[in-house]
Design a protein around this ligand. Structure first.
Ligand code: 2HG
Ligand code: ZN
Length: 491
């Protein structure tokens, strides 16, 4: 069953005809104009199998010039498009809603250059998925060496990482997401607490506007105050730091205790702290029940919250000692009930597997309603508890996420999608968040799911300015329609 989103196809958009296909084949060559049913079915369906489009055409450009030509043509014909990267989005932003043409960016994956001194000028082209306004340049795939300098060739992380350089972004979807999608959606992820948002980590980009205009904003200057900073995204900057990682998983009784622990971690671990993640015991149970080979490294107990702490520093024995002392000290004062320090990289991966495995376990458990909220940390878990009370035994309510960033992933798991349950969840969850001055999307974006909910987090004036910007860059609204902004204002 899919989530019901009632929406009309915008009649302004044309539908594909034989001449269009001929034109696309002229631009891209026969084999990059894909009409194969199986390929289309996969590209029409999102990772959660919740949003399904009905596009009949997928295009695979290989250069900026090709992207530009496709868009120029689509714009002149008023054909709507959806740029698609790894299609790992969680809010229905990366798949067509109706018959939009899918522009698959997977062929544009070259690393053009890597400047070992400063910045990676790695370029390829990957689309904006949910913002849908520009298509930009950046690498998509590279062999990754990360976390303790272990080589993990099977992970095609959507960004460039090499020994001694660390990409300031890591997220659960690393195996299939693409850097274009990451940057275009300003993906948050697991290291935000240390490196901050991609807005601050991207030096430049190349963008193709809806009418095919190519904007070269590929500057690599650190300081440049000439006019508006139009790029505001893209060209990743890797950080030249030796990466020695240490990991601690620990648990305790209440999340408010873990909030204190976070404050202490910021104070005591300071600049080596690189992740502070949490999951509640309900999430832990899901992972243990649904994922093979995962086990709880801590002795069985009645504790309610788990926290995974990662540090990244330059002096292994010093960093390890620091983390050990941290564990002992906070066990003594009762903030932590028990904890385990990873002894090697495999154990570290097994800790991460628990945390990163929560969304996967939820998928296996059935249907999920996902909410990705920024909330004041001290209020955060109240919402989970209220929701649990509200829904009773009809659903399993779990809370996990990036505690270090005040980002809660509230997930509601049930055997199948159920409108009655949904009616109890929404708009309650948005109202609650708005009342506490939180954000209804900390990192996943608004996509299709929350396009009409933006007012819970943004003022009318701000939304109108966003609509004006969208209209300026994409006057016909062909780029990823129905997403992000309320359709009543954009069409
Ligand atoms: C994570 O932090 C991702 O694991 C996914 O942002 C969260 O599925 C979710 O709700
Ligand atoms: Zn997350």
């Amino acid at each position: 069953g899919s989530a019901p989103i009632v929406m009309q196809r915008n009649p302004m958009f044309s539908t594909i005809n034989a001449d269009d296909i001929t034109k696309f084949k002229e631009i891209l060559g026969e084999k990059n104009v894909v009409q194969d049913e199986e390929v289309l079915l996969a590209a029409n369906t999102d990772w959660m199998q919740k949003y399904k489009g009905s596009s009949n055409l997928l295009l695979q450009p290989r250069t900026t010039e090709e992207v530009s030509q496709i868009l120029k043509y689509c714009n002149s014909r008023c054909l709507a498009v959806v740029p698609q990267g790894g299609n790992t989005g969680l809010v229905g932003g990366s798949v067509p809603v109706f018959d939009e043409v899918i522009i698959n960016m997977g062929s544009m994956k070259n690393i053009i250059s890597f400047d070992k001194d400063e910045t990676s000028k790695v370029k390829a082209f990957v689309p904006i998925q949910s913002g849908g306004r520009v298509i930009f340049r950046k690498t998509t795939r590279a062999k990754v060496i990360f976390r303790n300098e272990a080589t993990v060739p099977s992970l095609d992380f959507g960004c460039f990482v090499s020994i001694r350089f660390v990409m300031p972004l890591d997220l659960g979807a690393k195996g299939s997401c693409q850097i274009g999608g990451n940057v275009s959606t300003n993906a948050g992820g697991l290291r935000f607490v240390r490196y901050g948002s991609l807005h601050g980590n991207v030096l430049g980009l190349e963008a193709v506007l809806a009418n095919g205009t190519v904007l070269d904003m590929l500057g690599t200057l650190r300081k440049d105050n000439t006019g508006y900073d139009l790029k505001h995204l893209f060209i990743g900057k890797t950080l030249n730091i030796p990466q020695l990682f240490e990991y601690l998983i620990c648990y305790g009784d209440s999340l408010s205790v873990h909030q204190n622990l976070l404050l202490e971690a910021k104070r005591k671990l300071g600049n080596i702290l690189s992740a502070f993640e949490f999951l509640d015991s309900h999430s832990m149970d899901l992972v243990l029940n649904h994922l093979e080979g995962v086990r709880n490294p801590l002795p069985p107990s009645m504790h309610n919250f788990y926290v995974l702490i990662e540090t990244t520093g330059s002096d292994q024995s010093y960093d390890k000692e620091k983390l050990e002392a941290f564990l002992l000290r906070y066990m003594e004062v009762g903030l932590i009930s028990d904890g385990v320090l990873a002894q090697d990289i495999n154990q570290a991966f097994s800790f991460w597997r628990i945390r990163e495995g929560v969304p996967e376990a939820l998928m296996k458990a059935g249907a999920v309603y996902k909410y990705d909220l920024s909330l004041p940390i001290e209020k955060m878990y109240d919402l989970v508890e209220e929701m649990r009370m509200r829904l009773g035994p009809a659903a399993k309510v779990v809370g996990y996420g990036h505690l270090g960033d005040g980002n809660l992933h509230l997930n509601i798991s049930l055997p199948e999608y159920d409108d009655t349950v949904l009616g109890q969840v929404e708009p309650f969850v948005y109202e609650w968040t708005s009342k506490h001055r939180g954000s209804i999307s900390a990192e996943h974006g608004l996509g299709l799911m929350k396009a009409n909910k933006i007012h819970y987090s943004k003022s009318t004036e701000s939304v109108h300015l966003m609509v004006s910007i969208k209209k300026l860059l994409d006057p016909n609204g062909i780029l990823n329609p129905y997403k992000v902004l309320p359709s009543s204002l954009t069409s």
